[in-house]
Design a protein around this ligand. Structure first.
Ligand code: 6R9
Length: 655
């Protein structure tokens, strides 16, 4: 298989804003410039006005109170405001929208779908909230959610928000060990799961995984189980109960807990360059405001639009742009349980036609995979409802952008290439469809209130046309507040490399028009199909295997996934490097962390290139994995240059 991404081509094409968009959109170019300027020059006034888009039981009088100063990192927005996120996403819409569809659910099986109105959403969320309250879950308690993409996932998240509990959603593709780690870190006493998940016709044993995770983590009092596929599962009568049975005996009324703007809303674990995944903490007011505002402007969401984001609620994109942003705006949001290629390569486009989707938001990895199947599966569908396309998760190569634009969108739908992170809560760099000329592969310009800076290795801010590391110079309301339980790590990770700035971990180029082009991670994080994976996590999984003595993991260009996982493995003395062992190690990591962490290539290495002080030289390993052995750079600081010759000779990704 050829896993090599087409040579990176930089496109110099420019697409103008279509005429109809300059008139229909909320923001045209002049308005963007005016609003952007004000968001910086009169920041407090700007955000005080924006805060009015939410319903507060006590409106905030204090707007921004933030510091990026060393030793004093503190981020507070709207700190005397009081509100409830579930109230803003549901209750306040009821007078006008009780019968409007809030969520369209499309099952893995194309014959399964349903519409959930705002009134039904209210009733279901209240029931779930009452079930939690009856188990003594209250304000500030952490609730772990390990569910497939079924409506109960939305009910569970909003139920937590309603009663002031803090949800921690764990992607249903993570292993029992990864789940256990996340349960332990935030000490949640209650888990919400399902009997099984269903993706592309394949079943995922969620309840069994929870049983294994809870046995390992301990401290869990309750496991709430949603019946989904109906497969029999073990139920511990002292700990486990069926959601439907518990929901039958509670009412559809549940008061909303008044929350301070800075009370936590959720924790979401994400991979970093070192150590275990971090619990990214978001709070209530600033996060919800930013999710709602970006959803409205970036997707130009108007009354009645049908909006579909294909992410999983286990990732931040699902939090902000399936759930909180759209529902805060009274939108109709589509939630899809399945995968792009089941039952056929036309599935996305068929769902668009079935539900008359106007706005479609997906990831480059899906676009590339569908592009490889050719135009036919797209062209046999209508897609005439489509008006706007979006991309998120990783850099989109110009070839994939052009295909998405011309074949999927028939050159009538602008593409918003939205750059952001779990840490940023919402979109920071993006086109606005009525304002911004598009360049394929560029995330274009900063959203309101966002001040990007490109710095060199020494932290010097670079002006004009340049490239370097991307920082953000000023706080924005959706910014994460801390790493759960470890504020020192928050400061260390994001504010210590460059003083007085937030460091994103991404490389970036700014062109002569001031457009930003994200070039990918500059730290030890790899982006596999838009999912973040820390190389350190995969390494520690590999070295936990009894036959492995040492491991180093890097990313390499992959046609579909964007980046693949390349592992260099040194075996224990006397262990033979065999094909079986290679397979065994892939399966080991898959089981340990989850399928998204499976190494694509494993190279058995008698030794790893190290400096005399014993540091692994990853720069060299990356070049070998990229199949560029002629540009290894300076190898003079290596303790033993001979290891490199062997690595180059046996590289797994040869052209
Ligand atoms: C939302 C999300 C964040 C990392 C980020 C960057 C990459 C996301 C991108 C993009 C280029 C885009 N990334 N969007 N790179 N263009 N439009 O994906 O959050 O999972 O935390 O990943 O993804 O490298 O730093 P998260």
């Amino acid at each position: 298989m050829n896993n090599r991404r087409q040579e990176k081509s930089v496109s110099d094409k420019i697409y103008d804003v279509p005429a109809e968009w300059t008139t229909r959109a909320f923001v045209d170019d002049a308005k963007y410039n005016e609003m952007y300027a004000r968001s910086i020059s009169h920041s407090n006034g700007f955000w005080a006005e924006q805060a009015k888009r939410l319903n507060w039981s006590h409106a905030p009088t204090k707007i921004e109170n933030t510091s990026f100063a060393p030793g004093k990192i503190s981020i507070k927005w709207f700190e005397d405001g009081v509100l409830n996120a579930a109230y803003n996403c549901i209750d306040r819409h009821l007078p006008k929208r009780a019968n409007q569809t809030a969520i369209i659910w499309e099952g893995d099986d194309p014959s399964q779908s349903k519409h959930i109105s705002y009134q039904e959403l209210h009733d279901e969320v209240c029931k779930m909230a009452n079930v939690l309250r009856n188990r003594n879950v209250g304000k500030g308690d952490r609730v772990t959610i390990y569910l497939p993409m079924i409506p109960e996932a939305a009910y569970a998240m909003l139920a937590c928000a309603r009663i002031g509990a803090v949800h921690s959603v764990v992607f249903a593709g993570f292993s029992p060990d990864s789940l256990a780690q996340r349960i332990t870190d935030c000490q949640s006493k209650i888990i919400i799961t399902a009997d099984e998940g269903l993706r592309g016709g394949k079943k995922v044993p969620l309840k069994n995984n929870v049983d294994a995770a809870v046995a390992k983590a301990g401290g869990v009092d309750w496991v709430v189980v949603v019946k989904h596929t109906g497969t029999p599962v073990n139920m511990d009568p002292a700990r486990d109960f069926w959601y439907r049975e518990a929901a039958e005996v509670v009412t559809t009324e549940c008061p909303c807990e008044p929350m301070n703007a800075e009370d936590p809303l959720f924790i979401l674990y994400t991979s970093g360059s070192t150590g275990q995944p971090k619990g990214v903490l978001h709070t209530t007011g600033g996060y919800l405001l930013f999710a709602s505002m970006t959803h409205q402007y970036v997707f130009d969401y108007h009354e009645g639009d049908i909006y579909w984001c294909t992410a999983d609620v286990g990732w931040v994109t699902g939090h902000s742009y399936i759930l909180y942003g759209p529902l805060a705006n009274g939108a109709t949001t589509l939630m899809f349980e399945g995968v792009p290629n089941y039952p056929s390569m036309s599935r996305f486009w068929e769902v668009i036609d079935k539900h008359k989707v106007n706005i479609f938001y997906t990831a480059p990895t899906a676009i590339r995979a569908l592009m490889q199947a050719g135009d036919e599966p797209v062209k046999k569908t209508s897609r005439k409802s489509l008006r706007l396309l979006g991309s998120v998760g990783e850099p989109i190569n110009p070839e994939a952008w052009e295909w998405y634009y011309h074949v999927v969108g028939e050159a009538r739908a602008p593409i918003v290439d939205t750059w952001w992170q779990t840490e940023t809560g919402g979109i920071l760099i993006t086109p606005l469809p009525g304002a911004t000329k598009l360049k394929p592969g560029s995330a274009t310009r900063p959203f309101f209130g966002v001040v990007p800076e490109i710095v060199d290795a020494d932290g010097k801010v670079l002006d004009g046309e340049t490239s370097g590391n991307l920082c953000i110079a000023k706080s924005w309301p959706g910014q994460m507040r801390t790493v759960y339980g470890d504020h020192a790590r928050f400061e260390q990770t994001y504010f210590s490399t460059y003083k007085n700035k937030y460091f994103t971990g991404d490389g970036c180029r700014r062109d002569a028009d001031g457009y930003y082009w994200i070039t990918g991670r500059v730290d030890d994080v790899i982006n596999v199909s838009g999912h973040r994976m820390g190389t350190a996590e995969v390494e520690s999984s590999l070295v936990a295997h009894e036959k492995v003595s040492e491991a180093a993991v890097v990313g390499y260009p992959h046609d579909i996934k964007g980046q693949g996982i390349y592992a260099y493995v040194t075996l224990m003395n006397g262990v033979e490097p065999t094909e079986e062992l290679r397979k065994e190690l892939v399966a080991w990591v898959r089981k340990d962390i989850g399928p998204i962490a499976s190494p694509d290539l494993i190279q058995f290495a008698p030794g790893l290139p190290k400096t005399r002080s014993g540091k692994i030289m990853r720069r060299i390993l990356r070049k070998i994995a990229e199949d560029e052995p002629s540009s290894l750079g300076d190898t003079s600081t290596l303790a033993d240059p001979a290891v490199v010759t062997d690595l180059v000779e046996h590289r797994q990704n040869k052209r």
